[in-house]
Design a protein around this ligand. Structure first.
Ligand SMILES: NC(=O)c1ccc[n+]([C@@H]2O[C@H](COP(=O)([O-])OP(=O)(O)OC[C@H]3O[C@@H](n4cnc5c(N)ncnc54)[C@H](O)[C@@H]3O)[C@@H](O)[C@H]2O)c1
Length: 353
């Protein structure tokens, strides 16, 4: 079956996804796009040289179209909740860029709605779960070869902050990736967060605290430090090292060659996420299309989107209040539980929604 995809939002990410879908993904065809600015939608479709793609002014119209089987949302954060809810009402699989919604309450409304419908249709764009190196880190950790994890060190650096970043964005929009990957790699929830704020870089916008250091404690007893620095100037640099009882495992340098030139030996650094995580975005899209073909979803669920945004919001509170904040993640609704989790919950008789 060929999945007929509609894409909402044709800016940086939407355009990149459209190109990947058109050029590298099996089993999908783009039939419609929507953007608040028509010229952007036209430019994004023209770039792939595929005729016959419809442009909708209203994203809701695209969602309701009978020839659209699945929807990819890459419009700004504040639009996600309404659009994902509309996809759920239409009963269509949706891949929504992170964060799932602009607020934790919005994320929770999506979770409640999907739980009421009773089947997973929402996938959140935490693409790192599909990055080959992160996947291998998880495989080694889960195999038990290096024992139980004890610590993790993560770094998230961007060259410069995006123009629309407010002071909360380095945490709500960037660190949310780290919070999700920690939950996924360690198969755990986040139990507490502290945030340390050194003096700010002179390159950061007025009023923005950048960089920041998050210290995260997980429910399984691992401590994780996360540096978030969105004006690091030199490039896009993501690092992760897990320290376990019998060894460590870390992301390799994101390059396959070492360059010696101009008196320096080194490896190139990506300028942004699209280059650094090209494999991850492609694998994420392929997994989504495979799942959408049977009406489902893969990867990070709406619940994962909610849990990461909840932890991110608590990081903001920790920064404001200069103290460790306990993160109380509620019990998952049934549709998000694994068989093992379900067995534990039913013995504790938690309300089933
Ligand atoms: N997964 C990742 O690594 C990653 C990286 C960057 C951005 N993102 C996320 O992707 C989303 C888009 O980010 P971006 O950098 O591409 O932004 P962008 O500003 O480049 O593009 C957003 C596009 O959405 C359009 N738009 C605005 N309101 C709309 C509406 N109501 N309906 C339809 N279109 C609308 C804009 O005109 C613009 O073309 C954000 O949620 C962001 O957090 C994810």
């Amino acid at each position: 079956m060929t999945v007929r995809v509609g894409v909402i939002g044709t800016g940086t990410m939407g355009t990149a996804h459209i190109r990947t879908l058109a050029e590298q993904i099996n089993g999908a065809t783009i039939v419609a796009v929507s953007d608040a600015e028509q010229e952007r939608a036209q430019a994004a479709t023209a770039a792939i040289g595929q005729g016959g793609i419809r442009i909708h002014r209203e994203p809701e119209e695209l969602i309701a179209s009978s020839d659209v089987d699945a929807i990819l949302i890459a419009s700004p954060d504040h639009t996600h909740e309404t659009l994902v809810l509309a996809c759920l009402d239409a009963g269509k699989p949706v891949l929504c860029e992170k964060p799932l919604a602009a607020t934790v309450e919005g994320c929770h409304r999506v979770v409640e709605h999907e739980a009421r419908i009773g089947r997973r249709l929402v996938q959140v764009g935490f693409m790192r779960r599909f990055d080959p190196s992160y996947v291998d880190m998880k495989r080694v950790l889960d195999s038990g070869e290096i024992g139980r994890p004890l610590l993790a060190h993560c770094v998230h650096r961007n060259a410069t902050a995006l123009a629309w970043f407010t002071s909360a964005m380095p945490i709500l929009n960037s660190a949310v990736h780290e919070l999700d990957i920690v939950r996924w790699l360690l198969s755990t929830d986040i139990a507490g967060v502290s945030v340390f704020t050194p003096r700010s870089s002179g390159r950061a916008a007025a009023g923005m605290s950048d960089p920041r250091l998050l210290v995260v404690e997980t429910t399984c007893g691992v401590t994780v430090d996360i540096e978030v620095f969105v004006n690091a100037q030199y490039g896009y640099d993501v690092r992760c090292e897990l320290v376990a009882e019998a060894g460590t495992i870390s992301l390799p340098p994101p390059a396959t060659t070492v360059r010696r030139a101009a008196g320096i030996e080194g490896i190139p650094i990506a300028d942004d996420f699209r280059t650094r995580f090209a494999d991850a975005y492609r694998e994420q899209l392929q997994a989504w299309i495979r799942a959408a073909a049977t009406g489902g979803a893969d990867g990070a669920s709406a619940w994962d989107g909610y849990a990461a945004s909840l932890a991110a919001q608590e990081c903001l509170r920790a920064a404001e209040e200069h103290r460790m904040i306990t993160v109380s993640t509620p019990d998952k609704p049934r549709i998000y539980r694994t068989a093992r989790e379900e067995a534990c919950v039913t013995t504790r008789s938690v309300p089933q929604i």
